[in-house]
Design a protein around this ligand. Structure first.
Ligand SMILES: C[S@@+](CC[C@H](N)C(=O)[O-])C[C@H]1O[C@@H](n2cnc3c(N)ncnc32)[C@H](O)[C@@H]1O
Length: 132
């Protein structure tokens, strides 16, 4: 990581709150049932619940240390943003077919996140077996 990227990553990981994507990108990840709105707080809370659920499904011995983690279909990072505290010990990647979501992530949460727009068909740009 370049020095300026490292500075951005450090600033983001130490922030109490991260930038939140605009409502159209929040809604792209799924509308909230019975709601006309998708408040930023709900987006944050839902992402954390999903993230905790996913981590809870991993074996107890599993660790982020040295891993490259890929969130396939990450949207604007509703879940991935909650893994940012792990960015010092794991490479965090996200990809999505929805370019506006990835562009928002590039502008707001990279680094420490790494993202790319994937195509409709395989392969992904990472060799098979190099992501968790
Ligand atoms: C229900 S949303 C969940 C987004 C994110 N994981 C979250 O929890 O906020 C599903 C995501 O999958 C993406 N998606 C759908 N088909 C895809 C494909 N073939 N390749 C990559 N992403 C895809 C959509 O653009 C959307 O962002």
């Amino acid at each position: 990581m370049e020095a300026h990227e490292e500075a951005t990553a450090t600033a983001l990981t130490s922030r109490r709150s991260l930038p939140v994507p605009p409502v159209e990108l929040r809604e792209h990840a799924g509308r909230v049932p019975d709601s006309r709105d998708y408040p930023e707080e709900t987006y944050e809370r839902l992402g954390k619940v999903i993230c905790d659920h996913l981590i809870g499904a991993l074996p107890e011995t599993w660790s982020f240390e040295g891993k490259r983690v890929l969130d396939f279909g990450c949207g604007a990072g509703r879940v991935l943003r909650h893994l940012i505290p792990e960015s010092g010990r794991a490479e965090l990647w996200g990809c999505d077919i929805h370019r506006p979501s990835i562009e928002w992530l590039e502008q707001n949460l990279c680094p420490p996140l790494n993202v790319f727009v994937n195509g409709e068909h395989p392969p992904l740009p990472h060799p098979s077996g190099t992501s968790t």
